[in-house]
Design a binder for this molecule. Structure first.
Ligand code: MTE
Length: 390
């Protein structure tokens, strides 16, 4: 109307006054205008909130690193803020010298820092049978990616002189009341597993295992034992409650698969995604995340017509092994209904399956390891919703 934009014409307060002093927030916080971006719980998912999960708001994040305060949480029996001076970590079992380490002992050892995703095996669990949740936060938000720092597990196993002839596995045990225990094959333990104290450049947050957690790249979150207090070297899998009763995959013939640890190649479009709305026709940058527990992501294809035609997306660097990869692709929305999908392929050649392909093998009673292609429907109104396309 020719009046001009008051946001330009009227000099705002912040351009006329002195700003807040340094160290107003000794530990910085996000802008007050970003308050809606939060980890969220799915009401009624579990009976007690201490044994529950909060989901990462993937729809509101950029790049591949998850801010520590938005990293998803999964606790079997709540979280604790443990005094690091009192925390002890023991290695025993098939070793020459069983040892107990303090945090000071560990933190003077040679350390590494690596970026990896962590995904709960139960991520996307509710979508096995039918569409169940309203947004990517709830469908895929048991997924985060961080830089972890710690001492490589092989360094510690060597320090205790593990029995090279008899050792086949290690058992990792947490210090929380859930006695979280998981068997990890020795091959993997000697490969890239880290006994970590830091995440994204700072000490681990209490919710994520402060002061010590196991990092098991490519493997489902449950094996990333938090508040890590013990590693036992053994000669056979332990079949603990967390690997005999829980974290087993129900198959259509009534049997269960055990020790399915690897998070297979998967991807999801984070924008546009369910719960969002396209405001207008025209250009959109479709963006999302891809990952593989077996190594690097090689390619991501995107379809806007429910999987009939595919185009190859641009992958952002860095392209790291067992780490999230960000993809982008241009799209001009003409206003017609559309179904958006992404399909990732990893360096082993494995192709992310369609939901009906996965169901043909796995049935619908499984909780874990749903890595199916996700579909988002864009209606003529611009509303985006969660749908399943076969
Ligand atoms: N470790 C202990 N000691 N206790 C737990 O409840 N939960 C596991 C794993 N490690 C858990 C644990 C599960 S099921 C997952 S998915 C990851 O931690 C979640 O890690 P996060 O809370 O840092 O995202």
């Amino acid at each position: 109307d020719g009046a001009g934009d008051p946001n330009i014409l009227i000099l705002p307060e912040h351009s006329r006054t002195l700003g807040k002093p340094v160290v107003t927030n000794p530990y910085g916080q996000p802008s007050q205008y970003e308050a809606n971006l939060q980890r969220r719980e799915s009401p009624g998912l579990t009976r007690v909130a201490a044994a529950s999960v909060s989901f990462t708001p993937l729809q509101g994040l950029f790049g591949i690193i998850t801010p520590s305060g938005l990293h998803f949480e999964r606790h079997h029996q709540g979280w604790h803020d443990i005094d690091p001076t009192k925390h002890r970590f023991m290695i025993n079992g098939l070793v020459k010298t069983p040892k107990v380490y303090s945090m000071d002992d560990l933190m003077r050892m040679p350390s590494v820092s690596r970026m990896h995703f962590i995904e709960c095996g139960a991520n996307t669990a509710m979508e096995w049978g039918n569409v169940a949740v309203p947004s990517v936060q709830y469908s895929h938000g048991m997924l985060s990616c961080s830089e972890f720092t710690g001492v490589p597990l092989p360094v510690l196993l060597d320090d205790c002189g593990y029995d090279k002839r008899r050792a086949k596995v290690v058992l990792a045990e947490g210090a929380d009341g859930s006695s979280m225990t998981r068997t990890i094959g020795l091959d993997r333990a000697l490969d890239d597993v880290i006994v970590a104290w830091a995440m994204n450049g700072e000490m681990l947050r209490p919710e994520h295992g402060y002061p010590l957690r196991l990092v098991v790249p490519g493997v489902q979150g449950v094996s990333w034992v938090k508040w890590l207090r013990r590693i036992e070297v053994g000669d056979q899998p332990y079949a603990t409650k967390d690997e005999a009763l829980h974290y087993i995959d129900a198959l259509p013939d009534g049997t269960f698969r055990q020790y399915t640890s690897i998070q297979e190649c998967k991807s999801v479009i984070t924008t546009p995604s369910a719960g969002q709305r396209l405001l207008d026709t025209g250009y959109y940058n479709i963006t999302g995340l891809a990952w593989s527990g077996r190594g690097k992501v090689k390619r991501v294809d995107v379809s806007v017509d429910g999987g009939r035609n595919w185009r190859t997306a641009r992958l952002e660097t860095p392209l790291l092994s067992k780490c999230l990869t960000r993809f982008n692709i241009d799209w001009n929305w003409d206003g017609a209904p559309a179904v958006l999908q992404s399909r990732a392929i990893d360096e082993t050649g494995y192709v992310q399956p369609k939901i009906n392909e996965l169901r043909a093998v796995r049935g619908t009673r499984s909780i874990y390891h749903n890595n199916a292609i996700q579909s988002w429907q864009v209606a003529q109104s611009g509303e985006v919703s969660n749908v399943q396309v076969y």
